[in-house]
Design a protein around this ligand. Structure first.
Ligand code: NAI
Ligand code: 15L
Length: 271
């Protein structure tokens, strides 16, 4: 740390939807922002370092993490895909990130977990972070694995992590389900700031949502983070309620993970 800033924060997934936003909003938190992705990152701006890297390459990730004090890990496959793709980017990727953090002394990680770690809960159920995970696919499984990895690296090596189970972080909620779990970019940034700067967080799991009126999640177990959302999905209610009502058994109306619960299998059944 230099004053009230980190010396160097690594942002993975920097070319992605959230990464492009965080590329701007993380800047006040660090003297140098190191940006990484397998996709193009454009030109380096002031106080930026561009470091292309495939998360599945252990040596490349080790080199990437060197000299970083903290890691905001957004990179990886962000939707349901065949297991082998998830294995490379997400499962091997998170192992490489934590091993590199241990090796090079990075002490704090922000992990972009997902609501799909608990996606097979019904929308009628209310959860806190102690509820057993119920992943809704290989993608959700990789987020459960990432959270377990964060827990282990804290218990064994003292590396602290906030695992943010992001709901739906887009400019606007897109459907009725997202009204419950929407997270604004502004609130995501504040959540990350709290995760980076709050002392002694151990491994904290928090549901990443704005101040939505009807939510399924209880964040009291993460009260020590001190996060107060500023935005709410209510601002979009009129727009969303103009959409046709889906059937009552549509996965987007039944499960917290919505349509992800009905994806796959990616291979045909063999008799
Ligand atoms: P995104 O798909 O737009 O961005 C992910 C980035 O990771 C992409 O730029 C991609 O090129 C990069 N990536 C993929 N495989 C890689 C590899 N092997 N090596 C290096 N980079 C690789 O996703 P988005 O929406 O920006 O999400 C960011 C993170 O937040 C993801 O981890 C996602 O799972 C998580 N998340 C996002 C939510 C949302 O509503 N946007 C909800 C829940 C979780
Ligand atoms: C996620 O985990 C995905 O990364 C994102 O693209 C959305 O699908 C989001 O969950 C969601 O559930 O809306």
């Amino acid at each position: 740390m230099v004053g009230n800033k980190f010396e160097r924060i690594l942002l993975t997934g920097a070319a992605g939807g959230l990464g492009r936003v965080l590329r701007e909003t993380l800047k006040p938190m660090t003297r140098i922002l190191r940006l990484s992705d397998i996709q193009g990152l454009g030109k380096a701006g002031p106080s930026e370092e561009l470091c292309p890297c495939d998360l599945s390459d252990r040596q490349a990730v080790s080199d990437l993490v060197r000299d970083c004090d903290a890691i905001v890990h957004m990179g990886g496959v962000s939707v349901e895909r065949p297991f082998e793709e998830i294995l490379e980017a997400n499962i091997k990727g998170i192992f490489h990130i934590y091993e590199a953090a241990r090796e090079h002394g990075a002490r704090r990680v922000v992990f972009a977990s997902s609501n799909h770690a608990i996606g097979f809960y019904r929308q009628t159920e209310r959860l806190d972070a102690r509820a057993p995970t119920r992943p809704d696919g290989y993608y959700g499984l990789s987020k459960v694995y990432g959270e377990a990895m964060a827990s282990f690296y804290h218990d064994r090596y003292g590396i602290e992590t906030i695992s943010i189970r992001i709901g739906s972080c887009f400019p606007e909620p897109k459907d009725r389900r997202m009204m419950h779990i929407w997270l604004s970019a502004h609130d995501l940034t504040e959540l990350i700031r709290r995760g980076l700067f709050t002392p002694e967080i151990g491994h904290t799991i928090i549901f990443g949502m704005s101040d939505n009126k009807e939510t399924w999640w209880d964040n009291r177990l993460a009260a020590h983070i001190g996060f107060q959302a500023q935005d709410t999905s209510e601002a979009y209610r009129d727009m969303i309620e103009k959409q046709p009502m889906p059937a009552a058994d549509d996965p987007t109306m039944v499960y917290q993970g919505g349509a992800f619960t009905a994806q796959g299998p990616f291979e045909p059944v063999r008799k």
